[in-house]
Ligand binder design. Structure first.
Ligand code: PHE
Ligand code: NA
Length: 452
């Protein structure tokens, strides 16, 4: 039993946890979310969410993994037999996310290639939405599948290859390469972006606080939603990763480092994206507010357009999409590790067998998004996962632990034994009161907007 795999170094664990946290959510979700929810004023609810839910939950998940040394289902089972399903719920959500996350990385991989010749041309929207996705093409598969098949396969081969090599030789090494590279590439992009003409105007638009939004409940929901997704909490990931920590590990400190690193990257991305949008606005003489977008369209339509206007366009285009690939891969590795770890523990099969079955199934399902209706399917699945899956997973987790089996006190003692920073009552209040209240409110709000 006790020959559980372990991280080789503390830095290895931290890089893997940061690799999971830092992902597409930082690069294209945060800037748009902040902008739409009060700009500079959004930082208040955002910081509040980070300090009352993000970091406290991260500490809790690290403690669960470290103390119980199991994947999420097994760890929940050890806390209370009746709650193993909460772990499976989280694993299931991660499984679903992995199926479309892989496709987006495959797109980014293709766009990194297209960047070299600026193959997307001047009509970047037409290129992505019709040529690339082949939405206009009849037939279920269009000719999207052959086009996407190789990069998609490559993504899965990398991820599953890394996972099959195990924790220290696979996940740790991959993140030690990916994350420092990502930070360097991204810094180059951001420095270039803020030195472009019009950048200041973009930053003004981003940081200008709209304090009137602060009283709006939906702004607070957006802040908490961003924190959950961005920190990869309530996805079974951080429990799994911390189950490979050596006995002597400063859990609480690790959680603060992960949380602040992720938020710093998010802020950096916000600055880079809006500087670039400001540049674009100055080139086409339109206000920044009219070209802001988030998500897939920001990355695959707006950015190629910005890149077209830049000096050294192919170079920066390549760097941008390569960053997306690296950020995405390190997150996808962590998402997929949740089911590899839980399936191999539950059914007592080898890591390799779990990689082949779990990863193979996910890879097969991911083909569905490569079809003609892929983008619509992806948006729909993502919407339900984000609005209900994640909020529910977090709610089940904190309520079960804090209310039903009163596990918080045990976890607090465990964390305090190994950590420098000592947890006190504030930590239990965040988890037992504030987080459940916010997540409950989030669920009700999301349901009621759905129904109206
Ligand atoms: N945290 C990652 C991001 O910000 C995304 C992610 C979500 C990763 C869920 C794993 C699980 O992009
Ligand atoms: Na993130």
């Amino acid at each position: 039993m006790e020959n559980r795999s372990q991280w080789g170094t503390r830095l290895g664990f931290l890089l893997a946890a940061m690799g999971s946290a830092i992902g597409l959510g930082n690069i294209w979700r945060f800037p748009a979310t902040a902008y739409e929810n009060g700009g500079g004023a959004f930082f208040l609810p955002y910081l509040f969410a980070l300090l009352t839910a993000g970091i406290p939950i991260l500490i809790m998940e690290y403690t669960i993994g470290h103390k119980l040394r199991g994947s999420a289902p097994k760890s929940f089972n050890k806390m209370n037999k009746g709650f193993e399903w909460i772990g499976w719920w989280q694993v299931a959500i991660s499984f679903v996310i992995s199926t479309y996350y892989a496709v987006i990385i495959a797109w980014a991989l293709m766009f990194a290639w297209y960047a070299i010749g600026l193959d997307w041309g001047s009509d970047t929207q037409g290129f992505f939405l019709s040529d690339f996705l082949n939405m206009a093409d009849p037939g279920v598969f269009g000719d999207m599948v052959p086009k996407i098949l190789i990069p998609l396969l490559l993504v899965w081969v990398i991820v599953l290859g890394v996972l099959s090599r195990g924790v220290k030789k696979g996940i740790e090494i991959a993140n030690k390469v990916f994350i420092p590279t990502l930070v360097v590439l991204f810094l180059i992009i951001v420095i270039r972006a803020i030195t472009l003409e019009g950048a200041v105007n973009g930053l003004d638009t981003f940081f200008k606080p709209d304090w009137s939004r602060i009283a709006d409940g939906s702004v607070w929901i957006a802040a908490y939603g961003q924190i959950f997704f961005s920190l990869s909490i309530a996805f079974a990931i951080m429990i799994t990763y911390s189950s490979y920590l050596p006995k002597k590990s400063d859990i609480t400190n690790n959680a603060f480092i992960t949380g602040f690193a992720n938020s710093s990257f998010e802020l950096l991305a916000g600055i880079g994206v809006f500087a670039a949008l400001g540049f674009m606005a100055s080139q086409v003489s339109t206000p920044v507010t009219e070209i802001v977008d988030g998500g897939i369209i920001l990355a695959f339509v707006v950015f190629p357009e910005i890149i077209n206007q830049m000096p050294l366009a192919p170079f920066f285009g390549f760097l941008f999409f390569a960053s997306l690939v690296l950020a995405g891969l390190s997150s996808l590795i962590s998402i997929s590790e949740t089911y590899v770890a839980s399936v191999s523990e539950k059914f007592n099969i080898s890591r390799t067998a779990a990689v082949v079955f779990g990863g193979g199934l996910a890879a097969l399902i991911s083909l569905a998004y490569a079809t003609q209706g892929g983008l619509v399917l992806l948006d729909t699945v993502d919407h339900f996962i984000m609005s209900y899956g994640v909020a529910l997973a977090g709610l089940f987790e904190v309520v079960a632990i804090a209310w039903f089996f009163k596990g918080l006190k045990d976890l607090q003692n465990h964390a305090n034994e190994v950590s420098d920073i000592k947890l006190g009552l504030w930590w239990r209040v965040c988890l037992g009161v504030i987080t459940p209240a916010v997540l409950g409110y989030m669920m009700i709000q999301n349901l009621s907007t759905e129904l109206t």
